[in-house]
Design a protein. Structure first.
Length: 252
């Protein structure tokens, strides 16, 4: 039971961090992304997350999880002294301790985060500091966002190629069709025909992913040539302007 709870805790933390990064980057949940990177040095934790990998990927709409031993490849870390905490501990000695903290390398920051405390030398004197004595600043690598929750760090690849953009458009289009089905009072099992007029980028995506759109919406056809007299509704699909209409298939 404890193992299951740990796996669930990891999954919840990871999905929460990715959702927060999506919001900051204005990337909708229906927009697929390429991958996340998880710096996991503990084999047990990595195995625990891998058991939940399919669930995590589905929840965050990301195609791949890449595991690395540390986060040096995805984020540059700097240490900033927490003077309120340091002042209470070291009094008049706070300045040399703070100066040494400012010189921390990424490896030293990782050591402090991993161990929770460490010993440093300032002006020939040894001092023991704790995690709360240091504010860790992250400098993200271009194209990536990084968030941390306790010992867990997640890096999200925010770069979108044409394939991902097309898939995001198709998913948003499917969502719009599903809403139209509900609004028109169609039964869950009713088959439909979909008609649209759109800008080139969306049209291209719908041609490429027509099979996916039809499967998700129970459509027997999707066409860019609507029949005369069919009322089309205006829609904005991730910035692409379109007119969309559906009708119940008499063949269903």
């Amino acid at each position: 039971m404890a193992e299951l709870e740990q796996r669930m805790e990891h999954a919840i933390k990871i999905t929460g961090l990715v959702r927060a990064m999506r919001m900051k980057s204005n990337l909708k949940v229906r927009q697929p992304l390429k991958k996340i990177i998880l710096p996991i040095s503990n084999d047990h934790d990595r195995a625990s997350i891998q058991q939940m990998e399919d669930v995590i990927l589905e929840e965050i709409n990301v195609k791949q999880i890449e595991y690395v031993s540390d986060d040096s490849a995805i984020v540059r870390k700097k240490a900033k002294p927490n003077f309120r905490s340091l002042g209470q501990k070291f009094g008049k000695s706070v300045q040399p301790v703070a100066a040494r903290i400012k010189e921390f390398t990424s490896q030293e920051v990782n050591q402090l985060e991993r161990q929770g405390s460490m010993t440093l030398t300032a002006n020939g004197v040894e001092y023991t500091i704790a995690r709360e004595d240091v504010e860790v600043l992250h400098e993200d690598i271009e194209g990536w966002m990084v968030e941390t929750d306790g010992a867990l760090t997640v890096a999200l690849d925010t770069e979108l190629d044409e394939e991902l953009v097309s898939e995001g458009l198709a998913r948003e289009f499917v969502n719009r069709i599903q809403n139209m089905r509900k609004e028109t009072g169609l039964e869950v099992t009713d088959r439909i025909k979909i008609y649209y007029k759109s800008q080139e980028r969306l049209a291209k995506a719908l041609v490429q992913l027509a099979k996916y759109v039809m499967q998700e919406t129970l459509a027997i056809d999707i066409s860019s040539n609507p029949p005369q007299g069919l009322v089309l509704a205006d829609a904005d699909i991730n910035g692409e302007q379109a007119s969309i209409g559906i009708e119940k298939s008499i063949d269903s």
